[in-house]
Design a protein around this ligand. Sequence first.
Ligand SMILES: Nc1ncnc2c1ncn2[C@@H]1O[C@H](COP(=O)(O)OP(=O)(O)OP(=O)(O)O)[C@@H](O)[C@H]1O
Ligand SMILES: [Mg+2]
Length: 361
Amino acid sequence: MFSLTKISITHFKNYEISTFDFDKRIVGIYGQNGIGKTNLLDAIYYCSFAKSYFTSMDSMNIGFHKEGFRIEGFFKSEENNHHVVCLFRPPSKKELFLNQNKYEKLSHHIGLLPSVMIAPDDVSIINEGSEGRRKYIDTIICQLDAMYLQHLIQYNKLLQQRNSLLKNNHHHSIDQTLLEVLSNQLIEPCEYIYHKRTEYLQLLFPFILTFYKQIAQNEENITIQYQSQLQANGYRTLLAQYKEKDLLLQRTQSGIHKDDILFELDGNLFKNIASQGQRKSLLFALKLAEFELLKINKGFAPILLLDDVFEKLDEQRMKNLFDWVCNQNDGQVFITDTHQNRLSESFLQLGIEGQLLELLA
Ligand SMILES: Nc1ncnc2c1ncn2[C@@H]1O[C@H](COP(=O)(O)OP(=O)(O)OP(=O)(O)O)[C@@H](O)[C@H]1O
Ligand SMILES: [Mg+2]
C-alpha cells in the first residue's frame, strides 16, 4: 500500500513545530473548530502537489509573524520510500526535495505521490463558473501526463501576454507582428491541452456516472459533456475567426480557457435544478472518479483526504460512501471531524481498526 507514515510541519498556518505518525490505513483526525484539521490535510496535499488545495498564494500559509514554512513527509510504497520536503522562505522561491535531491521544476514531482482531496467548499465545482471545472480536470491530468502542466503554464503565460497586448493598444495601433507571434505560439499548447482533456474526460465520464448511481442509489438520468470551441475548429482557424472580436473586446475570446464540462439532470442544467443532496452526490462522484482513474493509471490507490465529509451527506449516502472508501478501497484515507464519537462509531460499524488522532491546542 502507498501511504504516508509521518509528517513534520513547521511554521505552516497555525502549526509551530509538529510531528504526526500514522500507522493505520484509515486515520480519523478530530478536534474542535479552528484547531488545524483542515490545515493538516493541506500540509499532506502540499507533499503531493507542492501547493495548497485552498489558495494559490503560498505566503498565506506561512504562520503569522513567521518567515517561512517547511513540510516534511515520509511516504512508503511497495518498492520505495519517499522522503519529500517542501520549503518556502521568501524572497527565495519555493523549493521541493525528494530524497534530499532538489527538483529543477516542481512540475516534475506532480503525480509521484498522488492524492485526492474532498473539502466542504468543493461543491462550487458544480455550482459556480467553469474555472473550477477546468481546474478539476487539470488537476487529474497533471498527475497522469508529465507534459500537461508545462503546456498549461505555457498557455497561460502566452494568453496573459496576448491579453495585455490587446488591452493596452487601440485597434489600429496594435503591433500586428507581435499579435501574430503570440497567436502562433499559443496554438501548440492549446491543441495539446484540448486533446488531453478530450482523451481523459472520455475515460473519466463513465466512472462519474457509475459512482453517482452508486451513491444516489436511484435511476436519475445524468448526462455529462465536454464543451470546447476546439470541437468545431482547429485553434489557428478559431484565432482568425475571433480576431476582430478580440480586438474589439480587448481579450482573447477563443481557446481552452473557455472550455467547460456540462452536467445535466433529465435534460436540464444540473446546477439550475439539482437539490443539495444531488449536488453533493455528484461532487463525490466526481472525486471518486478522479480517484479511480488515478488508481488505474498508477497501479496503486492515491491517498484520500476527506475534510468534514460528515457534514455533507445524509446518513444513508454517508454509509454508502464510507463503506466504499474504507472497505472497498484499499488505499490510505484521512478523515477529519469535530466529533470523536462519530468517527469511532463509524469505525466500529464498518469493522475498521483505524487510528484516531486528537488535535489539541
Ligand atoms: N497563516 C496562518 N498563520 C497562523 N494561523 C493561521 C494561518 N492561516 C490560518 N490559520 C489559523 O488556522 C486555524 C484554522 O485551522 P483549520 O482550518 O485547519 O481548522 P479546522 O480544525 O479544520 O476547523 P473546522 O472544524 O472549523 O473546520 C484558524 O485558527 C486560523 O486562524
Ligand atoms: Mg476544517
